[in-house]
Design a protein around this ligand. Structure first.
Ligand code: SAH
Length: 399
């Protein structure tokens, strides 16, 4: 074995514990000293305080997460071949789903697929990537080569316009990256529903693929029900419900653009206009108003945006979850179903369940937990990286 060259990150005594458990992050406070002068994204060897090499990672001088490990093999070369192998393995794990037409899946789920800071979603033959770490930024052209080679997709669009880039000291960026220009919308099928995604203007990479399994579940629960699809975005859960035989769907959403797409989706799938309606409003105020007007539903899906962005937002976010769940419960007819989610990684599943239980108490409704839901299987969670499990859902029935 050749002598080690290149920069070395030396950890403080006792601060190698998380790496021994294969957790891929090195926080700035765990570092005793840095040998050499690595630039952002450069490969560093991370060593324990006794000099034992622990693995190879990417250096990120501007982030509290000062290094993210590519591998726990300290003798692994980090080069184009490494990224080609990681990308190919992640793509192969998803297989070729049978959706009876063009399909969409998350192909690379960042840390959970061994590529910290890289998100790649596939919609039909269009790829959309978010490059969120200094390490992935450093290797981005090699990664793009690998993505196109492993998938045979026609085009790659970049949506690195996420705020976490700022913490990494990287500029916010979005635009065409490789291959064919992305069309205005890309069509794909999900659980038999035809969907469109606008990869330029949609949220994140354009669509919330993490809820695919939950949308299928809601489709099974919806027959004959009068449904409220609260925080509807482009209609996902409501379309699944209509396909599953819901009597009527009301999409409630604050973004007019998202609701326009929901209308386009209903037409594309041939759902009669009499079966659905859209309401552009703030959910918190509109649910209160409906309660006063004694408006009721027998299935409510609550899929709000992330209320808890950092630890300091935890108390306020918890109050938000409690409030919205309480307001929803007040609108449910006896025997009605509440399917409620939190995508805040900082809110643990147990606490979320307690919040919903408290909301039921305050709403004066007896609530049964029927099922638990989580992110779809193309968003796997690396067991040594519990941060990967962010989405939790509860299916509940009210008396
Ligand atoms: N259920 C959707 C994803 C929802 S994402 C799906 O399956 O595709 C959360 C949505 O809530 C976003 O579309 C956002 O525009 C909307 N939103 C955020 N705050 C809101 C508010 N106060 N009232 C209504 N909608 C809101």
């Amino acid at each position: 074995m050749s002598a080690r060259t290149g920069p070395i990150v030396h950890l403080k005594p006792g601060r190698d514990k998380s790496l021994r458990r294969w957790h891929p992050w090195v926080f700035s406070g765990a570092i005793a000293r840095v040998e050499g002068t690595p630039n952002a994204g450069d490969t560093v060897t991370v060593t324990a305080s006794n000099g034992t090499p622990m693995g190879m990672g990417a250096y990120s001088p501007h982030s509290q997460i000062r290094a993210r490990l590519w591998t726990f093999d300290p003798y692994q070369e980090i080069d184009a071949a490494f990224f080609a192998a990681q990308v190919e393995a992640a793509v192969a794990r998803r297989g070729a789903p049978d959706e009876g037409g063009p399909w969409a899946r998350r192909l690379i789920n960042a840390e959970n697929d061994g590529l910290p800071g890289l998100i790649v979603d596939r919609y039909g033959d269009q790829l959309v990537a978010q490059v969120l770490s200094a390490g992935c930024e450093r290797w981005k052209e090699e990664i793009a080569d690998a993505l196109l080679a492993a998938t045979g997709c026609a085009g790659l669009y970049e949506r690195s316009d996420a705020e976490v880039r700022i913490k990494e000291g990287l500029p916010v960026r979005a635009g065409h990256w490789r291959g064919r220009e992305a069309p205005e919308v890309v069509e794909f099928h999900e659980n038999g529903v035809r969907l469109l995604v606008d990869v330029r203007h949609g949220h994140k990479t354009g669509f919330y693929l993490d809820q695919r399994a939950a949308r299928a579940r809601v489709g099974q629960l919806a027959a004959g029900r009068d449904m409220l699809n609260c925080f509807a975005y482009t209609g996902g859960f409501g379309l699944a419900a209509l396909a599953g035989g819901a009597a009527r769907v009301t999409h409630l959403e604050s973004s007019a653009g998202a609701l326009e797409m929901a209308a386009r989706h209903a037409e594309l799938n041939g759902f009669e206009a009499s079966r659905w309606t859209s309401v552009e409003a703030d959910a918190f105020t509109r649910l209160r108003q409906w309660h006063q007007e004694e408006r009721t539903f027998d299935l409510i899906v609550l899929d709000p945006p992330k209320f808890i962005e950092s630890r300091q937002h935890l108390p306020r976010g918890c109050r938000g979850y409690k409030d919205i769940n309480m307001q929803a419960l007040k609108l449910l007819r006896p025997g009605g179903l509440l399917v409620t989610f939190s995508c805040s990684g900082l809110l643990e599943a147990d606490l979320f369940q307690k919040i919903v239980a408290d909301a039921a108490l305050d709403a004066g409704r007896n609530l049964q937990l029927v099922d638990r839901l989580q992110q779809s299987d193309d968003h796997p969670v690396l067991m040594s990286f519990p941060e990967g499990a962010y989405l939790k859902g509860l299916v509940c029935r009210v008396e």
